[in-house]
Design a protein around this ligand. Structure first.
Ligand SMILES: [Zn+2]
Length: 428
């Protein structure tokens, strides 16, 4: 209302407050200021920067800042008048330096400057920042602040340090009081990964951690939950190990037109899975759904196995499905994926073969389900070839047993066909 009438407007409240950046301790970046009795606080001239910490400081007392007791560091001359003066002994708070570490990451070995402007223009800003939501109002905001200052000073070509932010949830554990608590050292409810790695392997632990829930939500850790991913990896391992000799036979390649129904369904399921796993990872890092899709594909694979030897196409599709699963699992379970990849007869390096590609031809359903309605009421469903024409649909609908029964004694007035979906018959 105030905005409409022109006397008020919305504003963003950054909740930003003045924050003291100096600390009375050794471990920090020296503040380049010299205190002179005559001139006051004088900045250290640029050609004398950076002011380095002395590396022979003594930490003999728990009282005060050891830097302030280091005579060699403290005593200096005033850059302005040349008289004896004292260096500032406070150092910068570590959070201030952590506001621009990503710039330094680009040139960690450059001893002549903090970062190379050309290099940061090439590599930055950061594409994706992943961190806890507790950083959103402090660290991330101050990082933006520092980068904007550097940008205004002409040292940095961009004004925003991060292009995207993803804040992950916390892992929680149920306590004896039945409530969920965030896992933390101070609460003493942390599960040791070492024991789980010993019992189940590092890949199983990784898979369970990623499978536990949507990454943006808090998730409840359950000690029994690791069994599912453990059994799944064991199952995949056995399928490949047991059939490793036939799996290495690549004389027949999957060929869609040559496939019979069961292997064609599995082939489609494989490529649907590649598509949905890719989507799940790329939109919001939904690793849990990605892994669930791969597990479903395992079930579809097992459904293909019949009694006796498989037809050549079924074998080829089965092999391709297992290989696809291994490639999709590689980012989640790198060790077991690499082992299985080699077991499938490939040269080492599953990470190097890249991400599997979707065969769009396989995604096309070869049959469609058509709903049959009479006067808007559903009377049945029929399955027809995907390419069925309007006339095909009409003919099939009128021949349907249910439709014939419901039309008895009635006159067909009009037939509405929605291709690929439904046939509605108006009759009375
Ligand atoms: Zn002076």
């Amino acid at each position: 209302l105030g905005k409409e009438r022109g006397f008020a407007d919305f504003t963003v409240n950054f909740r930003i407050r003045d924050w003291l950046v100096s600390r009375q301790r050794y471990w920090g970046c020296p503040i380049p200021i010299v205190h002179c009795d005559a001139c006051g606080a004088v900045p250290v001239p640029e050609d004398q920067l950076p002011v380095l910490l002395p590396d022979d400081v003594e930490f003999q007392s728990e009282q005060g800042n050891p830097l302030a007791r280091h005579e060699g560091f403290v005593n200096t001359t005033c850059p302005k008048c040349g008289q004896a003066a004292r260096r500032e002994t406070d150092t910068l708070a570590q959070w201030l330096c952590s506001c621009w570490y990503f710039l330094r990451y680009v040139n960690p070995r450059d001893t002549t400057q903090p970062f190379d402007p050309q290099d940061i223009a090439k590599w930055l800003p950061v594409d994706q920042y992943i961190g806890g939501v507790e950083h959103a109002v402090l660290h991330l905001l101050y990082s933006r602040f520092v980068v904007k200052v550097l940008h205004d000073a002409g040292c940095c070509p961009f004004g925003e340090p991060f292009e995207a932010l993803f804040t992950q949830g916390m892992i929680c554990k149920k306590a004896e009081d039945g409530k969920l608590y965030k896992m933390s050292k101070s609460k003493g409810n942390v599960v040791s990964p070492d024991q789980l790695i010993t019992d189940f392997g590092a890949d199983t632990l990784r898979l369970y951690t990623l499978f536990i829930g949507p990454p943006e939500m808090d998730a409840e850790w359950q000690d029994t939950g690791i069994q599912g991913p453990y059994r799944f990896l064991g199952r995949l391992w056995r399928r490949i190990w047991e059939a490793r000799d036939t799996l290495r036979d690549t004389s027949v390649q999957p060929d869609l037109p040559a496939m019979a129904r069961p292997e064609r369904d599995l082939y489609r399921k494989l490529h649907q899975t590649i598509k949905s796993v890719t989507d799940a990872i790329e939109t919001g890092f939904h690793f849990n759904t990605a892994i669930a899709h791969i597990m479903e594909l395992m079930n579809a694979f097992d459904a293909l196995k019949g009694d006796g030897p498989l037809a050549p196409q079924a074998q080829a599709v089965g092999r391709e499905t297992l290989a696809g699963m291994v490639r999709m699992l590689a980012p989640f379970t790198p060790h077991i994926a690499e082992e299985l990849w080699v077991e499938l007869g490939h040269p080492a390096g599953v990470m190097k073969v890249g991400w599997p590609e979707v065969d769009t031809a396989a995604l096309q359903a070869d049959t469609i389900e058509v709903v049959l309605q009479i006067n808007g009421k559903v009377r049945g469903k029929i399955e027809l070839p995907a390419g069925a024409s309007r006339a095909d649909l009409e003919r099939a609908a009128l021949a349907n047993e249910q439709v014939v029964r419901h039309l008895e004694g009635k006159q067909v007035r009009k037939i509405i066909v929605v291709p690929g979906r439904l046939v509605n018959i108006a009759a009375g």
